[in-house]
Structures are given as C-alpha cells and as structure tokens.
Design a protein around this ligand. Sequence first.
Ligand SMILES: Nc1ncnc2c1ncn2[C@@H]1O[C@H](COP(=O)(O)OP(=O)(O)OP(=O)(O)O)[C@@H](O)[C@H]1O
Length: 602
Amino acid sequence: DLNSDKQALLDFADAVPHARKLNWNAAAPVCSSWIGVTCNVNRSRVIGIHLPGIGFTGPIPANSIGKLDALKILSLRSNYLNGTLPSDITSISSLQYVYLQNNYFSGVLPAFRSLQLNALDLSFNAFTGNIPPGFQNLTRLHLLNLQNNSISGAIPPLNLPRLKILNFSNNNLNGSIPDSLQTFPNSSFVGNSMLCGLPLTPCSTVSSSPSPSPSYFPTISPHKNASRKKLNSGSIIAIAVGGCAVLFLLLALFFLCCLKKLDRQGSGVLKGKGTAEKPKDFGSGVQEAEKNKLCFLDGSYFNFDLEDLLRASAEVLGKGSYGSTYKAILEDGTTVVVKRLREVAATKREFEQQMEVVGTIGKHSNVVPVRAYYYSKDEKLVVYSYMPAGSLFMLLHRNRSDGGTALDWNSRMKIALGTARGIAFIHSEGGAKFTHGNIKSSNVLLTQDLNGCISDVGLAHLINFPTTATRTIGYRAPEVTETRKASQKSDVYSFGVLLLEMLTGKAPLQHSGHDDVVDLPRWVRSVVREEWTAEVFDVELLKYQDVEEEMVQMLQIALSCVAKVPDSRPKMDDVVRMIEQIQQPELRNRASSGTESNVQTP
Ligand SMILES: Nc1ncnc2c1ncn2[C@@H]1O[C@H](COP(=O)(O)OP(=O)(O)OP(=O)(O)O)[C@@H](O)[C@H]1O
C-alpha cells in the first residue's frame, strides 16, 4: 500500500547520499508533494519515480526501491549510482519504463522480469556479462539501449516485434548479428570489434584475404581478427588509452575554439536572427567533465539530461535582455525552452540558491515553471516548459499586425488577473524583498486556455542590470532608472504599464510599424486629464457592449499602479483584490440572466 511505498522511498533516500535536497517529508502527502514521485489515479500506490540528475551516489540497497511493486516508471538516470542492481528491482513485474543510463552500475547485466517492459535504457554504465536470452520474452520492448557498457558474448537471436530503437554499440560483443536484428542501422552495433554481419561487415567476406583460411573463423571478419591477434591485451589498453587522450585533447581544443568564437560574437551561437536557423549546438561551452550535471527542479515531469539537450534541434525564439532563448525539441519529442544567460553576476552557490527559490515559486499556476538549470564557468542555462500559445506581446501586437484577431475583453481580464496573481505569489513566497524585476508583455506567456503565466522569475537577481534593452525601458519605474534596483513597488509599476498596454493596445516602446508610445503612463495621463474619454482605449475593445465600466475600473487600477511616488502604489495583493472585484467575465452571463446578480469571486 501507499504507506509501505512511502517507507521504501524513505529507506532509499536515507541510504543513498544525494547532492540535491529532496523534499520527502514523512509528514507531507507523498502523491501531491514529494518531488519526483508519481502515484496512480486514486493515490493508493507509487507508480513512477523520476529522479534524474539528483546526485545520488553509491549503490541502491535491496529492500528499498525494489519494494515498490506497483512501479511502472523508474528513472534514476544521470546520477552517480554504482554497484549491482538489486534483484528485487529487476523482479518488479509492473515495470514499463526503466531509465538508468549515465550511472556507474556494474556486475552482470541483469534480466528484467517484467513482461510489461516498454523501454530499457542501461547505457553508459559498466555492466558486464552476456545479453540474457530472457530478453526475448520482453515482447513489448520498443527501446533497448545497452550502449557503452562492457557486455560480451554473442547477441542472442532476439525477435522483438515492437523494437524500434536498439543500441548495443561500444561493448565487447562478438559473433554474428542475428538476422532478426539486421534491419537496425550500423550505429546500433558499432564499437564492438569482434562483431560482424549486416549492417556491419559481412562475416563471410573473407575471399580477399589469402590467409588465415576463412574456415577457421566462420563468424568473425578475418581482417579485423588478424590484426587483433597480433596485439596482446596490454598494447590494446595502451592504444585505447592513448587514443582516448588524443580524442579528449581534440575535443577540448574544439570546445575552446567554439568558446572563443562565442565570446567574440557577444552572445549566442547563431550569427543571424530569426526562427529559420537551426543551431545544432547551443551548449558548446559545456565542458566534457561537467556534462550530466543538469539540475532538475521538479524531476517528476521531464526525462532528459544535458546530452539530450545538446543533441536536440533548436531554434532561436529571440534575444532578450538576459541572453538568447531557444526552443529545443528533444529526441523523444519533448519541447522545452532554453535560456542561455549572459553576464551572470552570481556565483554558483548564489545561482543554485536562487533556483531553489524559483523552484518553489514555479509551482503556482500563474508562473512559468523552471524545469532545470545548468551552471558552469562558461555556460549558464535555464530550462523552461515550452508555452505553445506564445506571449501576451504577440497576442496583443504581432498577431494583429499579421492580420490575426485581437484579444477580446474577457480574455484580457483573465490574463490580467492571472498575471497579477502570479506576481503577488512571487512577492509573498520569495520573501519580503523578492522581486521579479522584468515584468513586461513578452514575459507573460499563455496557456491554451489563456491563463497568463509570468516568466523569467528570479533572473533579474542573477544578471547585471540591463541598461540597453529598449523593450524593458518602457516598463521601468522612474525611481529604478536612478537606483538601478528593482523593488516590489517597481514591479507594481511595471504591472501597471502592462495593464495600460492591454487597455490601450499600444506597446510601451519604440518599435517601427507599431502604434507604440515611449512613455505609456504619461500619454494615458495626459489624455485622461483632458477629458475622461474612450480615446485611450484600444479601438478593438470598443466593439464590445457593456464593458466600458469595467474598462474604466481597470484603467483606474492601472493608473494607481503607475503612480510616480512608489509609496502611493498599491501592493500586489491589493491589485489582485481590486481586479477580482471588477465583475468576473465568466460570471457576467449568469449575472445578466438575473439568477445571480452582483456575484463576486472571493
Ligand atoms: N517558455 C517559453 N515558451 C514559449 N515562448 C517563450 C518562452 N520563454 C520565452 N519565450 C518567447 O521567446 C522570445 C524571447 O524571449 P526572451 O525572454 O529571450 O526575450 P524577451 O522576453 O523579449 O526579453 P527578456 O530577456 O528581457 O525577458 C519572446 O517572444 C518570449 O515570449
């Protein structure tokens, strides 16, 4: 039951040291609050563990994870786990997905009992022994990755109907590749010097070699074999070590060159702009030795590591004040957004601490969650969920100039309230002095149902004060220009500008081809002073009936936020309350039908 699952997890966490803290508090509910743990629908059993890159070190003890006998997904990849895999884990009969790659597991490659197994990834470990013939029973397997271990012997004649991805490369396998596996590419088998047959060199192509007689070596390429026989194991090791050293040096040189080039370019690997380009390598500054250290803030969702990220195809979304932003599509189809930060002023410790805070704040439904981050001397990356519906900036301005439909009033109200709630949460959870520091419409991202989510939380604290970003200047409170320090009150000012932007349809920046205003609060104030008219409002909004009063109320809230004197501005909590008090759009229909008039949400 859930209690024994909980105990098994606690036993695991107690026994296995880990670099990153787990919030596995015995008193807190496992299914809703424990990082990296997924339960079944009725919350009676643990069915998934996703804990990649937590820094687990040492062996997994028996009677810990192995006791989770309803477990379907086990992901402990990219840790420092070693020793043999306890047999109670390999015996769990419910397992469907096992991701244990990039660890230091050793011992004989175990057979997995679960006939439900869909994916088994044990690559980049130190497993030895043969491929168990029992793998033939795993008829549901679609992925089998055993690359970069020390597995030896012949490949058993596996015939797995669903197998799509197979990788046995870089092991010590020998003999001929079974017919049933010959449809897989070369890359599935390379790096096994004693292995032959399609798609590698055919085992029987021996006629060109006069001696030794091919009949002595019926299944092994004589060419490879002959050269191998002359070397003793000592010289093979020497050559391998030498080869690796040269390769490592070359790689290091290559990375250095890339870095130098990057520095010269200022930021980003891309030379141009736009979305059509496909950079292959936005992580070229990542040092070989520091790979795999992608730190996850919520391991329960994603299953990838730094290598996957570096391999992903990426496209530039834009260059912001903090650096370049990429959309990356991982090999398994997961889409994430990677921010490559420049001019980070924080030390590694400060960066980590900030990310911990950001991790807590990211749990709010109006904040774009940070999924993972990476910090090295040369490269700082922050990984976010991809928000396919785009930003408020796009919906308000770009969409329209591209002939798209304008956002209606109800949607604007909903986005305004959501964003205000997100900012209020940032102010309350991050501590009394915690600020966002860069509130603007391109940092309000939307879900499909137009829930406004605030992005880039915590980044302003890590980066040197951006002075040049024109898109930011229009949102900046007057005092910040002098003090160069954001405060919660300056966030309120920026939010006020954002509200004015939604009300007027004008962007607070100079942008050719758009109806923009450099100082939006000043412009609105001057119009309002002349006469309280509909002139300030976006013409698109004037199409809607019976919303003028709400628009005027919102305008008042916005103007109170952009008060010149910081102390005259409301607190973010108050702003939320004020917006809530304007009749809720979703309640308007019911209210006007007379059944529930004057309804206000709490
Ligand atoms: N998680 C995300 N999902 C989808 N689009 C995103 C995501 N994060 C950022 N974007 C979009 O990518 C583009 C570039 O973002 P970026 O944050 O680099 O620039 P910015 O918002 O203009 O400036 P700043 O760096 O000051 O926030 C923006 O249009 C932004 O809306």
